[in-house]
Design a protein around this ligand. Structure first.
Ligand code: PLP
Length: 463
């Protein structure tokens, strides 16, 4: 299995190098050269599996000879052992023809744990074998940083430094980053905004000496291995609601397009998917792009579903590559338009391709709040604002002949203020996290200054 860049200018890599490289040198994203297709017999064999066994079968064709079967089984077992639910991704019926797939039972209570926990174990296995040690640096507005710290804590061959804007993340998010006590993970509170943190991160990657010195690596959502981990639960839903052959639709609260793109990969592997519905909040660049063909960057308007507040949806480039007949030159020229004009137009033939598979809709802030209230009244369930965006959109895309699975991307306790405002109930933390407010915190404050941040990262690594 080889991976190629969406911009067509970088050499093809195997799975191991794809995972360690992240972004392709030509600026593109790696995608499989061809997607393996499961036949009826392979699909039938997924039925009745536990999550880990199903994950092994779904992901194995993509990993080539990077891991032995025994290694890969061990990696998967360790990745999901700290989840708070035996089913890992349980499905709950919400209405006639509507199910919620709960992806928030991981250690940081958001779906990003599915990919990050797996990638942590995969990195450790590969680096140990190579005798290498790397430094992962990330910038976060909340969910990604806590998922990364949780996933890499205590791993021998990796140091992790996460930059977050001081005073601008929720208390749950901050505590998830600052309470792990392992010496290889570090939360850096930067006196600045999230954009400052991201800018410093970019500058660190552009600084060749620093990059080589600390063996800098990233695990942001463009890493192919993260997409792969998310393909699994689309198959899981299908095995849970039928025998893997029943046609389903999915609604996915969407920001960077990584999660729903994984659903598209599952479909290309042979999963019987009717519609993939993109649900956005008021930052609806994807809805506009899919309905009008114009991908136009605007200003980010902060919302109550902050993990979906984006301007540019990086993983969309992967889908564009397919929609454009896998022509890297065309992708490159559209991305140049985006860079120079802040916009590009999706060509007609590509729009037709997208329309075959995807629908898109948005939920306003009011609709999101109303949906949290309505869901509680109808079902007694508390849902987080991101999940509510999905449920609001799913309601208008129901087709009784085809079960709809809406993805619940975060636990309501991760966004307690919005949930309490809409329902009058403050959602409690689940059992495995109940003492979060009692654990002691460890954080390094740092000026909003690249040199100061680099000095701290070098120092942390030395220890
Ligand atoms: C990251 C995130 C999303 C958006 O997922 P993408 O893969 O970026 O589209 C939605 N909801 C929550 C809670 C998230 O943390």
């Amino acid at each position: 299995m080889k991976y190629v860049s969406t911009r067509g200018q970088s050499p093809a890599l195997n799975f191991e190098d794809t995972m360690l490289t992240g972004l392709a040198p030509d600026g593109g994203l790696y995608v499989p050269e061809s997607v393996p297709v499961f036949d009826a017999e392979q699909i039938a064999k997924l039925h009745g599996d536990d999550y880990e066994s199903l994950a092994f079968k779904v992901m194995r064709p993509f990993t080539g000879d990077t891991f032995t079967d025994a290694e890969f089984e061990e990696i998967i077992a360790r990745a999901y052992q700290n989840f708070g639910h035996i089913a890992r991704a349980p499905l709950k019926q919400m209405d006639r023809g509507l199910w919620l797939m709960e992806l928030f039972h991981g250690p940081t209570l958001a779906f990003k744990d599915f990919a990050m926990q797996l990638i942590g174990q995969m990195f450790q296995t590969v680096l140990e074998r190579r005798g290498e040690r790397i430094t992962i640096v990330g910038a976060t507005s909340g969910d990604t940083g806590s998922a990364a710290i949780e996933a890499f804590r205590g791993l021998e061959n990796v140091d992790v430094c996460i930059l977050y804007p001081h005073g601008r993340v929720s208390e749950v998010q901050r505590r998830q980053m600052t309470t792990p006590s392992e010496a290889n993970v570090h939360a850096l509170a930067v006196e600045g905004t999230f954009d400052d943190c991201q800018r410093h991160l970019k500058d660190m990657f552009a600084d060749d000496a620093f990059r080589t010195d600390v063996r800098l690596a990233a695990v942001n959502s463009i890493n192919w291995a993260r997409v792969l981990a998310q393909v699994v639960y689309y198959w899981w839903a299908s095995a849970a609601l039928g025998d893997g052959t029943r046609k389903l639709s999915f609604t996915v609260p969407t920001g960077n397009f990584g999660d729903i793109y994984a659903g598209f990969i599952a479909k290309r592997m042979g999963l019987d998917v009717d519609r993939l519905v993109v649900a956005t909040n008021q930052n609806d660049i994807l809805r506009r792009a899919l309905t009008t063909g114009a991908y136009e960057v605007g200003e980010v308007a902060p919302s109550i579903s902050p993990s979906m507040d984006i301007q540019v949806s990086s993983n969309f480039e992967r889908l564009l590559f397919d929609a454009l007949g896998r022509d890297g030159d065309v992708v490159q020229s559209l991305m140049n338009d985006l860079k120079t004009n802040g916009a590009f137009h999706i060509p007609e033939n590509a729009r037709a391709y997208l329309a075959q598979h995807f629908d898109a809709d948005m939920a306003s802030e009011d609709e999101t709040r109303d949906q949290i209230t309505q869901t509680f009244e109808d079902t007694g369930e508390l849902v987080c604002p991101h999940t509510a965006v999905g449920l609001d959109v799913a309601a208008t895309h129901l087709d009784i002949a085809t079960p709809m699975v809406a993805l619940a991307t975060a636990h309501p306790a991760k966004f307690p203020d919005a949930v309490e405002a809409a329902t009058g109930i403050r959602p409690p933390l689940p059992k495995h996290m109940a003492d979060l407010y009692d654990r002691s915190e460890r954080v390094t404050q740092v000026d909003n200054d690249l040199a100061a941040i680099q000095k701290i990262i070098r120092g942390k690594r030395a220890k």
